[in-house]
Design a protein around this ligand. Structure first.
Ligand SMILES: [Zn+2]
Length: 226
């Protein structure tokens, strides 16, 4: 019988890219090379970037990447434009760090996500951390709850109003903006996308402790301080 052999997934991937490329030409976001969203050379460059460790509120925080250069571009493309095609390199290492944290934690440890800002969630309609955890084959867990408006404005991250605040004022403005539920007596791995000052992640740690839980570790996709 004459027939075409079944296409391998690699062939199908190439065929799909060719078809998509007709309608939506893509260039590498790292170097502009044609036809791939992230070329092999830029992929290798990202994979060679070292992970990092920070301390946030006394908790070890594993950071998949420093938030700089091409990593920063990838994070922004995933967060702002839902570029699933660029999520792989970030998700792979982030997911592995979350899975490792859970492997070293007691049974029953829960994954809790720092929620995106209300404004960001409204604008984007999805949580980039969920996207990266799923893609990285790590448990998505549940999200901390964003408390109701305090002091006349929504508390939280990325607020443009926070730019004029001093560090102390920023911490004070953030305390009480998050709430953890169902963690009494449980151990928790906290996950977040980008850690900048660490104020939001520290608030998440505070919220878990206030609810009777213990934060074993935090894991972030990227950190401004490496
Ligand atoms: Zn490239």
């Amino acid at each position: 019988m004459i027939g075409t052999p079944p296409a391998s997934s690699r062939d199908r991937g190439a065929a799909l890219r060719a078809v998509v490329g007709i309608f939506l030409p893509v260039d590498c976001v790292g170097c502009g090379a044609p036809d791939r969203a992230l070329c092999a050379s830029c992929r290798t460059h990202v994979a060679a970037r070292p992970p990092g460790v920070r301390l946030v509120a006394g908790v070890r925080t594993d950071v998949a990447f420093a938030y700089e250069g091409l990593v920063r571009t990838l994070v922004l493309e995933v967060k702002l434009r839902a570029r699933v095609d660029l999520a792989g390199p970030l998700a792979h290492r982030f997911g592995a760090l979350v899975r490792r944290a859970l492997a070293e934690a007691p049974d029953g440890t829960v994954v809790l996500r720092v929620p995106p800002s209300r404004r960001g969630a409204r604008r984007r309609g999805f949580d980039p951390v969920v996207l990266l955890l799923r893609r990285g084959r790590a448990p998505v867990g549940s999200a901390l709850v964003r408390s109701t408006v305090r002091g006349g404005r929504s508390g939280g991250r990325d607020g443009s109003g926070q730019k004029e605040l001093t560090a102390t004022e920023r911490v004070a403005a953030t305390v009480g903006t998050l709430r953890a539920e169902g963690v009494a007596g449980r151990t928790v791995v906290l996950v977040d996308d980008v850690v900048t000052t660490g104020v939001t992640l520290a608030e998440a740690v505070r919220a878990v402790r206030a609810a009777g839980g213990t934060v074993l570790r935090c894991v972030a996709v990227a950190s401004v301080d490496g």
